[in-house]
Write a protein that binds this ligand. Structure first.
Ligand SMILES: Cc1ncc(C[n+]2csc(CCOP(=O)(O)OP(=O)(O)O)c2C)c(N)n1
Ligand SMILES: [Mg+2]
Length: 494
């Protein structure tokens, strides 16, 4: 059985290539030395003729000639929100992923655990290509795909269409440096998990701010930014500035997960003498600009974008700011400059969580209507849900339109503390770190409730057994803003 359009299961027709009763014995995935395959089966699989009976599925209306290859149910169950649109299409006999092939058999032959290889090495690229197909296919590309499939089957050619080759090359670059591709959702989860551990161990940091921006950073590092961790200062890399530098742990985690430095070093966050200072430090490979004093990142990014234009360079500059940070006058001076010099190579994001350090932004200094303000300053403005990966990816893709002659501002509506319900929208967690006891135990277990399958938690692989729970006096689910009526620091002025 396979999963078809809109998640409906159907029986797929295939020529048998295995001995009877082989299914379910051992692995789901099959390498070409697997002794469950018959001799004729080897021939059928190599020549791809085992797929031919799927013409019956096509005539029954369950499949198309071209479309994402149908998956087994347990793999479809693992689809993240941004992967689910693959199910909008009828599955097909061939697609970009199947013609890419990328030496699947070789992978499986060498693999001691073919299932793990499928999960970590084959599936990520396959899903990328299927999503690419989902959003870019039309009649002409389908015809091209069919012809290419026939060509490859006859000539066993490794040649690929240019666009597909580009995606595969990107994948191989990752594979070469030992990094198995992650989805942005997986990286976001890891950023959150590292963030909890780093702030817990160091007794410092801004966990609410880290959780708020984790999705933005993850989408940038997985789907958008051009970089090579082997050459951190590569001249053509995209530049990125986390202007809300107090959330530095988020970008440190993304860099470590992408092999800029060892993951173990994350444990030194905030420690004396560590390169991972509490606020973002350029002593680390992959960091373009130190931040922490709010209000400077946009100006620095604009300098970089302006220089890139002057030097005729193709790279882009990304700046992530906080909404509270927009209280700084320097932000608006920079806004004028970027418009005046038509910096369409500059993409900025505001992590619009409506909170700053002690209160809601609107109680501190009114920002509304934020989108109108940036528009009035001449920027291209996109408002989205900044904790939704699909919306983030679409916004960044849209912002990539060159020659618009305008800088782009993505107003990303987020939730401070996102991912750990008792921290969400509670200002307490701007400065407070998860302490020993229920705070740490519950934070970890809340994250584990939404852990994507296949992601490994290096600190508490299975979450925390027998966690300490908050007692009835715990300071939880209360309004901790300075304007809250009960608050001991409430002043008459406010
Ligand atoms: C120039 C400057 N003033 C004050 C601070 C202290 N400070 C640290 S975080 C913060 C609030 C930032 O809020 P926001 O930009 O909304 O970021 P969030 O934590 O909500 O993501 C402040 C005022 C600072 N780091 N820099
Ligand atoms: Mg904020």
């Amino acid at each position: 059985m396979r999963i078809g359009k809109e998640g409906k299961p159907f029986r797929i027709y295939k020529f048998r290539s295995m001995y009877p009763d082989s299914e379910g014995k051992g692995k789901w995935n099959v390498g070409d030395k697997d002794d469950r395959i018959t001799r004729v089966g080897h021939f059928l699989r190599k020549s791809k003729l085992d797929e031919l009976p799927q013409l019956i599925n096509v005539f029954k209306g369950e499949m198309s000639f071209v479309g994402p290859r149908p998956e087994l149910k347990h793999y479809v169950d693992m689809y993240t929100d941004s992967e689910k649109p693959i199910l909008d299409l009828k599955p097909g006999i061939t697609d970009w992923a199947s013609i890419t092939n990328f030496e699947q058999f070789k992978f499986f032959t060498d693999a001691t655990d073919p299932d793990m290889y499928y999960l970590k090495c084959v599936r990520p690229l396959k899903l990328r290509l299927q999503l690419y197909y989902r959003y870019n296919h039309n009649f002409v590309t389908d015809m091209y795909c069919i012809m290419f499939t026939i060509y490859k089957v006859i000539f066993h050619s490794q040649k690929l269409p240019k666009k597909i080759q580009k995606i595969v090359d990107e994948y191989k670059k990752y594979a070469k440096r030992g990094c198995l591709i992650m989805t942005s959702e997986e990286l976001a989860w890891k950023i959150r998990r590292h963030g909890v551990e780093m702030t817990h161990l160091s007794g410092g940091g801004h966990i609410g701010s880290i959780l708020s921006v984790a999705d933005i950073i993850a989408v940038l590092y997985i789907d958008i930014l051009k970089y090579d961790s082997n050459i951190p200062n590569w001249d053509e890399r995209d530049r990125i500035i986390l202007s809300k530098g107090h959330a530095g742990a988020s970008i440190y985690a993304a860099l470590a997960e992408n092999h800029f430095f060892p993951i173990d070093e994350l444990k030194t966050h905030y420690a004396n003498g560590s390169r991972l200072s509490g606020h973002v430090s350029h002593y680390l490979p992959g960091i373009d600009f130190s931040t922490g004093s709010l209000g400077h990142g946009l100006s620095a990014g604009i300098g970089m974008a302006y220089a890139a234009k002057k030097d005729d360079k193709e790279h882009r500059v990304f700046v992530i700011m906080g909404d509270g940070e927009c209280d700084e006058g320097s932000v608006w001076e920079a806004a004028l400059f970027a418009n005046h010099f038509h910096l369409d190579n500059l993409i900025s994001v505001i992590d619009y969580n409506h909170m700053q350090s002690l209160d809601f932004c609107e109680n501190t200094l009114k920002l509304e209507n934020l989108a109108n303000k940036w528009e009035a300053f001449g920027w291209n403005v996109i408002s989205i849900n900044g904790n939704n990966h699909n919306e983030l990816k679409r916004a960044f893709k849209f912002a990539q339109t060159k020659y618009s002659h305008k800088p782009t501002m993505i107003i990303a509506h987020t939730i401070k503390g996102y991912g750990i319900p008792f921290m969400e929208n509670d200002i307490l967690w701007h400065y407070r770190f998860p302490h020993d006891g229920w705070e740490y135990d519950c934070a970890v277990n809340e994250l584990h409730k939404n852990k994507p399958q296949g992601v490994y938690d290096p600190y508490t692989p299975n979450g925390i057994e027998n966690p300490i729970l908050p007692d009835k006096n715990a300071d939880i689910y209360r309004d901790h803003t300075v304007t809250a009526t009960w608050h001991p620091t409430k002043t008459n002025r406010i």
